[in-house]
Design a protein. Structure first.
Length: 349
C-alpha cells in the first residue's frame, strides 16, 4: 500500500511522530526506515505519545462520523473495525455472531456490566447486487446495530455502527482511529489483502487467521504482536475431507447456539422468523467457509484481547512494533520487486 495516501495523508499526527522518532521524513519514500522505530517501543514516553496520537485520531473520527453519518461514537471506547467487501469467505458473519453472543451475555447478566470493556464496532462493506447471502448479512448487521444501540442495558458498553458506502475517503478517516482490526477470513481464501497492511501501518492491532498477507504481517511484526486464532489451511482441508458438519458446532457451543437462535427467532427482525431464514439455513447446513467451526476460538481470543487492551502501555507498545515492522508492505517495495523479478527492466530513472 502507498505510504503517501495511507500514512502521510490519512494520518498526519502519526506521520509527525514517526518523523520525530526517526529524526527524518525520508520514510515517506523509503518505508523500510520505519524499522528505526523499533527501539522506541521500549521508550515509555514515545509509546505514550503514540497512544495520544491514536486517541486524538479517535476523537477526529467520532466528529467525522457525527457530521457525515449522524452517529454518536464514544472515542473513549475501543474502536474495533471490520471493513472490506462483503463476502462469505471474509466472514463478517463470524464477527456479527460474536457481537450477538456478547450482547446476550451482557443482557443476561452473565458478564456484569462493570466487567465489560466498552467497545465500538464499526463495519464497512459493499456487496454485489445479486449476492443474496451477502445482502442478508448487511441487513442483519444493520438490524443488530439498531437493536443494540437502542438498548439502555448495553449503552456505552457495546455499540455497532455500519457507515454506508465504504470507500477510500471513509477508510482514510477510520483506519488511523482503529485500535483493533478484524482480518478473520477462512484460512486459505484471501489472496493477500491490503486492508490488513493499512491498519498495521497505522498502529492498529490485528485479530486474524493464518490467511493471505496476515501470515507475512505476523512473521514481520512478531507472533506475540499479532492476535492469531482459528483453524489452519490443513485443518480446513481435513474438515472438508471428513464431511464438514456445521450443526455439530452449533450443538457444542451454547453461546453460538443462543446467538443463531436469536437471529432465527426474530430478535433482530421485530419478531419475524422468516427474515433471516436463508442465512440461518446456510449456517446450519452448509457454512462452506466454516464460520461455526471458528466461533469458539474467535470468542476466546477476543477475551484475551480485552485483557491486553486494559494495559494501555503494553497494547500500544505492540502497536508501535506493528508500525515499525510494516515498512515491507510499501507499494514502492512491491513495484521494485516487479521491476526486478517480473519485468526485468530495472527502474527507469
Ligand atoms: C484497502 C481497501 C479495500 C481492500 O480491503 P481488504 O481488507 O484487503 O479486502 C477495499 N475497499 C477499500 C475502500 C479499501 O481502502
Amino acid at each position: 500500500v502507498t505510504p503517501r495516501r495511507f500514512v502521510r495523508l490519512a494520518n498526519p499526527r502519526l506521520s509527525d511522530l514517526i518523523t520525530e522518532g526517526l529524526g527524518t521524513d525520508k520514510w515517506v519514500a523509503d518505508l523500510e526506515l520505519l524499522k528505526g522505530l523499533e527501539p522506541l517501543a521500549k521508550d515509555d514516553e514515545f509509546v505514550k505519545k503514540f497512544a495520544a496520537v491514536k486517541q486524538a485520531n479517535k476523537v477526529d473520527f467520532a466528529n467525522y462520523a457525527k457530521r457525515e453519518y449522524g452517529f454518536d461514537i464514544d472515542p473513549n471506547t475501543m474502536i474495533n473495525t471490520m471493513v472490506k467487501r462483503l463476502h462469505e469467505y471474509k466472514r463478517q458473519a463470524l464477527k456479527i455472531l460474536a457481537v450477538i453472543a456478547r450482547y446476550a451475555d451482557i443482557k443476561s447478566g452473565k458478564i456484569s456490566a462493570d466487567d465489560v470493556m466498552p467497545r465500538t464496532i464499526v463495519f464497512g462493506a459493499k456487496a454485489a447486487p445479486g449476492y443474496y447471502l451477502a445482502k442478508q448479512t448487511i441487513q442483519l448487521i444493520n438490524n443488530v446495530a439498531r437493536v443494540i444501540n437502542n438498548d439502555p442495558d448495553v449503552k456505552s458498553k457495546l455499540n455497532v455502527y455500519f457507515p454506508w458506502n465504504y470507500n477510500i475517503r471513509l477508510a482514510q478517516h477510520l483506519i488511523p482511529a482503529t485500535d483493533l482490526d478484524e482480518q478473520i477470513s477462512q484460512a486459505g481464501k484471501e489472496a493477500s489483502g491490503t486492508g490488513n497492511m493499512k491498519f498495521a501501518l497505522n498502529g492498529a492491532m490485528t485479530v486474524g487467521t493464518l490467511d493471505g498477507a496476515n501470515v507475512e504481517i505476523r512473521e514481520r511484526v512478531g507472533a506475540e504482536n499479532f492476535l492469531l486464532f482459528g483453524v489452519t489451511v490443513d485443518e480446513v482441508d481435513a474438515l472438508y475431507a471428513e464431511g464438514y458438519e456445521p450443526k455439530k458446532y452449533y450443538e457444542a457451543d451454547p453461546r453460538l447456539k443462543a446467538a443463531i437462535d436469536m437471529v432465527s427467532k426474530g430478535a433482530f427482525s421485530n419478531g419475524g422468523r422468516n427474515t433471516y431464514a436463508p442465512l440461518v439455513a446456510d449456517w446450519l447446513t452448509k457454512d462452506w467457509f466454516m464460520t461455526l467451526a471458528d466461533f469458539t476460538a474467535y470468542c476466546e481470543i477476543q477475551g484475551e484481547i480485552e485483557v491486553l487492551y486494559r494495559d494501555p502501555l503494553e497494547w500500544n507498545r505492540k502497536a508501535v512494533l506493528n508500525v515499525a515492522n510494516s515498512g515491507y508492505f510499501s507499494s514502492d517495495r512491491s513495484m521494485e520487486d516487479y521491476l526486478d523479478r517480473i519485468w526485468h527492466t530495472g527502474p527507469l530513472a
